[in-house]
Design a protein around this ligand. Sequence first.
Ligand code: FES
Length: 161
Amino acid sequence: MAHLQENAVKKIVEICDRYAQERTPLMMILSDIQKEYGYIPLEVQEIVSEKTGISVAEIYGVVTFYSFFSLKPKGKYVIGCCLGTACYVKGAQQVIDKFSEIIGIKPGETSEDGLFTLDALRCIGACGIAPAVTINGKVYPKLSVDQIPKIVEEYRALEAN
Ligand code: FES
C-alpha cells in the first residue's frame, strides 16, 4: 500500500461507504482497514477524513491510542508482551527487555527484515498465567526470560526452512 494504488483507494472508499449510515462509524472503518491491510498510514487516514468529514487529527488520535491499530506495516510475527499489573509483578518488564535485546528492536518497532514486531500490551485477560506473551495470537503462559532465545530461534528457523 506504499503508493496507495487506485484499487486500494477504491477499497478504502468502499469500507467508508459500508458504514455511511452509522452515527459513529470511525472505529468500524478503521478496524476493517486494519484487517484488510494490516496498517493505517496517514494517506489512508486522509481518505477516511474526506469521506467521513472527521478530521485527520481525530483519526490520527484514535489510530495511535489503540494498540491494535498501526501506522506502519507490522512484522510477520507480532510479539505482544503484556505489561499489565499482574504480568508486571511477575517480571514482564524483563521479558519484554529480553525480546528487545535479542531481536534488536524497541517496543512498538518492527525488525528490518520484517519478521518481528514487538508490542507492549495492557492486560490481555490472562492474569492467571502471568507473565503472558502472545505471538500472532498464540499464548505463551508464565514465560521466563530463559525461554525467550529458543522461542525467537524457532520463529527464525521457520523462515529459514
Ligand atoms: S496483567 Fe497481563 S494478562 Fe492481565
